[in-house]
Write a protein that binds this ligand. Structure first.
Ligand code: GAL
Length: 658
């Protein structure tokens, strides 16, 4: 198992390197990530490459048994690139170029930049292909920025559209350019839809897809070279969890596995739902287990720093990822830098370079992971529940939300959090995924619903699946035009409802609704109200206001051998979603391995050799969990009784099988 840290030897005198490597080895680390932003030292002049310093750094690390992941350094262009080729700097909306001196500031359609990226990648790959302790590559750093509005990007967009649609007629149809007299008569007329608030939403959706595709293409160009010259190395990229600008399924396609950067400790301690949700999404991209390439090591911040992780909290953050499928743990960063924008982004070591509390906690984690390593091998979380997570819907909602406050990621959270609280595992999947292995599928806010996806969902329910969906599902087709059908379109028979009218609920208002078994209680409808007309569906919840009384707030329908739930509003209360999720899980015959108390996370990794149950206490109070008796808790070595107590931020790993 690889455990280590992001290391920037170029920030420190060479005399310090052996001490760093020794401390890493003593902490139980066996890997570092290197060279992320070091293009200017690798290629100090156009086409002139030097690797001596990196060879020496890798030598020191090798002598301490530490392997290395190298980065293609293209996230920061050297000053000479900007000077010689100013057009490689992204053009902003106001028509000015990004000022050199930050990072991620290049235009992705620039032929020059793409050429330079490939050349430096080739030089590095050729040089390090046979360096014994180099094991793999990270492409660039955190793809996703910046958007560029230059003429080259515009031409690139036009070509992309031409390849996608073939004819202007098809493009005009797909975008609905009869509206406002926007018919396009030649490809060159197509503008960059610069204002997502007023440009054609279909054009905006394609522009976002094109940006995503340009990033994927840029990465692909590097990956191709790395595969050619370094066939023995893996290639990955450091994703950013719930970051919304790229289609992460596409970005993952060319990689060996997904890695991600997890920075959860900011505000007061709280249940870290989003870190779990991001981990589950990361596992769904490829799909498979993933690496954590950057992990909070201390208070972070570019101007002001955040909260310091409390004793036990860094360890807790690690176990959350391990439990969700992390196969490697790499901290960001080793030593807090004394210069530059990230002086307050703290590493395991402070500015003083001493190995203090956070270092010791990281060493403790490494020691524990080493003990678990043999059992972890080949294990992964397994889920019978899926969450459809769709970038087209995410983007289309952002471009034109419909109801005020519509947020696609929040829609996923509405159902994710109750699943987390219930202790039930979930896979994140694209709308095109095979649903047959899932008993329950959540598809909230599935705004963009091509007919093929609707038909697959219908077949899934008909065959016995449980489907849960809510407001704005099925509104648009793949190109962003509204379907010409009464909502929820092709899913109307599946949900057994019709929605003829709908509205935003203004922030100052709310519509109470009353639910009956299995969602009994009084709740508050906010943000959006679908005026749901039940057909074959039974009404599970009804609005109280006089004008909404004829309509349902939530319904359930038998369709074929399965069941479909439709939730027509956004409840303020978590308890409502807990009840919906409980009902759906019960209907699908899915139960948790252990029912956790509030604030405790449950996850299982299953493999041929073992089944490991992880319990993670996100609170600063003791928590007692009912667990199966007579199993071994691997961190303490103790045999479990019926109950297990977790201290503050405590974790436990119970071997359930064999
Ligand atoms: C990450 C990035 C790192 C470092 C860190 C702290 O997003 O990949 O290079 O900048 O944030 O800001």
């Amino acid at each position: 198992m690889y455990i280590g840290v992001d290391y920037y030897p170029e920030h420190w005198p060479e005399e310090r390197w052996p001490e760093d490597a020794r401390l890493m080895r003593d902490a139980g680390f066996n890997v570092v990530r290197l060279a992320e932003f070091d293009w200017v030292n690798i290629e100090p002049e156009d086409g002139v490459f030097t690797f001596d310093k990196w060879d020496r750094a890798l030598g020191v690390l090798a002598r301490h048994g530490i392997s290395a992941i190298l980065c293609t350094p293209t996230a920061v262009m050297p000053a000479w690139v900007a000077r010689k080729h100013p057009e490689t700097l992204a053009l902003q909306k106001d028509g000015t170029r990004v000022t050199w001196g930050v990072r991620k500031n290049n235009c992705f359609s620039s032929g020059t930049y793409r050429f330079l990226s490939q050349r430096v990648t080739r030089a590095m790959a050729a040089h390090f292909a046979r360096t014994p302790n180099v094991i793999g590559w990270q492409t660039d750093n955190e793809f996703g920025h910046p958007f560029c509005y230059c003429e080259t990007c515009r031409a690139d967009f036009q070509h992309w559209l031409r390849r996608k649609y073939g004819t202007l007629e098809a493009l005009n149809r797909a975008w609905g350019t009869h509206f406002w007299g926007h018919r396009i008569q030649s490809w060159e007329e197509i503008p960059i839809p610069i204002d997502p608030g007023s440009h054609n939403p279909s054009a905006c959706l394609d522009w976002q897809r094109h940006f995503s595709w340009m990033n994927v293409r840029f990465q692909q160009e590097q990956v191709r070279i790395l595969r050619e010259l370094c066939p023995g190395h893996f290639v990955t990229h450091n994703f950013m969890g719930l970051f919304p600008e790229l289609n992460y399924y596409d970005l993952a396609r060319d990689l060996d596995f997904v890695s991600w950067d997890n920075y959860p400790v900011w505000g007061p301690p709280e249940v870290r739902y989003d870190s779990s949700m991001a981990a589950d999404l990361m596992r769904g991209l490829k799909p498979g287990n993933f690496w954590v390439m950057e992990q909070t090591a201390g208070p972070g911040g570019w101007g002001t720093y955040g909260r310091n992780p409390r004793p036990g909290e860094l360890r807790n953050v690690c176990y959350q990822q391990l439990a969700r499928g992390a196969d490697a743990q790499i901290w960001f960063r080793w030593r807090t830098c004394t210069a530059g924008r990230e002086q307050y982004w703290h590493g395991l070591l402070g500015h003083d370079g001493r190995a203090l509390r956070r270092y010791r906690e990281a060493a403790q984690v490494a020691g524990e992971y080493r003990r678990l390593e043999g059992l972890l091998e080949g294990t992964a979380p397994e889920a019978r529940v899926a969450m459809i997570y769709d970038y087209d819907s995410l983007w289309a909602v952002r471009i034109q939300p419909g109801y005020g406050g519509n947020d696609y990621v929040n829609a996923a959270r509405r159902y994710y959090r109750p699943l987390f609280r219930a202790g039930v595992a979930v896979d994140f999947i694209p709308p095109s995924a095979d649903l047959s292995r899932y008993r329950v599928v959540f598809a909230p806010d599935l705004y963009v619903l091509p007919d093929a996806v609707a038909e697959a969902l219908a077949r899934y329910v008909e065959g016995g699946g449980v489907l849960v969906s809510d407001c704005r599902t099925g509104v648009k087709d793949a190109t962003g035009l509204c379907h010409e059908r009464t909502l929820p379109g092709l899913l109307a028979p599946v949900f057994g409802i019709e929605i003829q009218e709908y509205e935003t609920i203004p922030a100052s208002a709310a519509h109470p609704f009353v639910g009956r078994d299995p969602v009994a209680g009084t709740f508050t409808g906010t943000l959006s109200a679908d005026w749901v007309i039940p057909g074959t569906a039974e009404t599970l919840a009804s609005y109280r206001d006089w004008h909404l009384q004829p309509y349902a707030a939530a319904t359930r329908n038998r369709f074929g051998r399965g069941t479909a739930y439709y939730i027509g509003t956004i409840a303020r209360e978590d308890a409502f979603y807990d009840a919906v999720v409980r009902a759906a899980l019960a209907g699908g015959g899915v139960s948790a391995p252990v029912v956790p108390p509030a604030g405790v996370e449950v996850s299982v990794r299953t493999g041929p050799r073992a089944e490991l149950l992880f319990l993670i206490n996100h609170t600063e109070e003791e928590k007692t969990v009912r667990v199966p008796a007579g199993r071994v808790e691997l961190l303490s070595g103790e045999v479990t009784r019926d109950e297990l107590t977790l201290g503050r931020f405590g974790v436990a790993v119970i071997r359930m099988r064999p």
